[in-house]
Design a protein around this ligand. Sequence first.
Ligand SMILES: [Zn+2]
Length: 415
Amino acid sequence: MAVDLRPIKDVITKRLLVSQSAQLFDPLGWLAPVIIVAKIFIQELWKLNFSWDDTLPEEARHRWIKYYKDLPRLSATKVATVQTVPLPRLELCASVLLSRLVAHLQIQLRFNAALHLWSDSMNTLHWISAVPTRWMTYVANRVSEIQTIVPSAIWHHVPGANNAADCASRGLSACELSQFSLWWNGPPWLKRQEEWPSSLLGPPENTVAKEERRVTVNVAVRVNEPCDLPSRYSSLDKLLRISKTSTLIKLTPLFDGQLLCVRGRLKHSLLTYDEKHPLILPPESILTTLIIHDCYLRCLHGGVQRTLGTLRQSYWILRGRNLVRSLIHRCIPCVRNRGNTQQQLMSDLSSIRITPSERAFMNTGVDYAGPINVRTSKGRVHHSHKAWICIFVCCASRSVHLELVFVERCLVTMV
Ligand SMILES: [Zn+2]
C-alpha cells in the first residue's frame, strides 16, 4: 500500500475533485470504506447542481481537504445512483451482485462446497425465499436471477452490527479503517459454524408485501332463485298439473320427499337405484354447470354423446344435450385442437380438361374398379372368374365408358 499525494490547489472545483478521487487505485476494494466517502461527496455535488468548473463553497472545500490530507494514513464499492431507488430494492441489488460474484468464483476456482451467503436485509431474504412470480417485475427479475445462478446457496441473515460490508457503504476515515477489525477479519463468529446467528426469518415487514404482485380479479355474482318448485306444492299431482306442457311431465318424475328423480322404465333391471332413477337437475343452476364440467373432464374431454351418457348414469339434466354441446364448444383446449390447419392450394386445371375436343374420349383418363367375381354361365355348376371394371373418363366432357376386363386382358390393357 502506498499513498503519493500531490499538493492541494487553492481553488477546488468539481473537476479537480473527480480527478483526484479517480486516482485512488484500489482494484480489490480493500479501501472501499474510505473511497466511498469521496464517492458520496461527489454525489452530493451532483445533487447541488455544481458545474464542472465552479469553485466549491468554503465548507465543502474544508471537508475535502481534511479527507485528502487524511489519506496517507493508509495506502471499489458502489454508491447508489443519484436516482432514488428505494433502499430495500438496493439491498436486493447488493445480493444480486454477491450472487454474480460467487457464481463467477465457483466457475473460476472450480469449488463445489456448500455455499452460505449472507445479507443484513430481511426484506431481501424474504424475497429470495419465495418464488419470483409472487413479486413485482423489478424484484421478480432479480430474485429469479439469484435463484438461477446460485441455486444451491443457503442464505443467512447477518445482524447489521456484525456486517463487515456495512462500513463500506457508510464510509470511514482512513484512520478509523486502519484499526477496524470487522472489515479486515470479518465477524469473530464467522469461522465457527455453531456460533452463527439464527437464520430463521422473522415475520415479513410491510416493505416485503409492497413488492407483491397484485392480481386484480373482477367477480360477478348472479344469484339465481333457488329451485324450490316442489316446495310450493303440497302434492305431486298438483305439482305435475301446473302445466301439461312442462318438460318435467315427460319424465314422469318420482318425488322421494326431497328430490325429483326420473321414474323411467328400468324398475326391474339390475341397475342401482341411482341409475334407474337419475336426479333431475334444472338447466339454469350453477351446480348443474359444475356437474357437467366435472363429468366432461372425467370423460377426458369426450364428445357430446360420451359426456351425456356418463352424466345420465346419475343425473337427468333438462336440455342436457344443448348444455353439454355449448360447454364443449367453449372448451379452450378443444377449440385449439379443432383449429383449421393450412391446406395446400390446388393448381390450375390443365387445358385438355377445360377445352372441348373434336370428339369425346380424345383425352381419356383410365382407372380400374374391382376385383369382382363374374359368372359366365348359368346353372348349378358354374365357375366364377375374377374380373375388373375398366373406367374410361373423357377429360373434357366427363363422359364415362365402362368395360369388363378379365385377368389376361387386364394385364394387356395395363401394359
Ligand atoms: Zn375440451
